[in-house]
Ligand binder design. Sequence first.
Ligand code: G1P
Length: 297
Amino acid sequence: MTEFKRVRKAVFPVAGLGTRFLPATKAVPKEMLTVVDRPVIQHVFDEARAAGIEHFVFVTGRNKAVIEDHFDLQIELQHTLSERGKTEALAALADAMPEAGRTSFTRQQEPLGLGHAVWCARDIIGNEPFALLLPDMVMQHEVGCLSAMVDLYGRTGGNIISTEEVPWDETHKYGVVVKGEEIDGGFHLEGMVEKPPKGTAPSNLYINGRYILQPEIFDILSSQKPGAGGEIQLTDAMLALADSQPFYGYTFTGRTFDCGSREGFIKANVAYAMWDREMAESLRPELEALLRDIKPV
Ligand code: G1P
């Protein structure tokens, strides 16, 4: 069997403004809002680490420095916790940390689109396949979305995009793919389009924010013209790359929460709380009571 070059690095584009969460995101990046007890970015980082990613590349912007602090040691805090014998809190901190030297931070200086943000990571990625995780999307899955994709990649190589179904009337908000011949765990990709105008989507399979890409995408992105919304779109560059390289869709089987929207963020919090057995026990009756008693305004 062919051995494909391992996926060792992951890119997290975290330069977005988070306007839908203002005023919460005036001083705090949207990626630092918490789903239960961990910032959104930690959930996505954990998914990447569980998939065997060794180096974590954050494409940040102004006002995002706290993300870098989050993935650093907090020596004073550790001293205080250890003096007080708070072993559980110390373990939670240690568990959230990347190994020293395993993170890189670069900046997307202007908000020119997702394709441009990914291109900003080109020097750090170099000439190897990489994973891309959009931090708005928090995913609940038994083995992790990226882990399942890495597993599929071990059999297919090439480029892989994670997809799932979305109601037809929401397709205009996303990148949408056209499904070809099925393979075990996924399918050959026949096409894709970024934010198709309402009523024109070729399918209701949307790109849900996890990718495995080959480094040739950077050459294409270097000269990629703006597409939907006047932004440099990753989807357009992937479409061009699909002319010369294999592209597969992975059929995601878990639950995705679009934490870039307020509803998705609230749903993620409830779902993750209910995934915690201890919390679920006391939460369930309270949630039921709330749903019974609170009338919509
Ligand atoms: C981006 C991608 C789109 C994908 C979406 C998932 O769009 O361009 O293809 O479906 O993320 O959230 P954005 O949400 O940045 O507009």
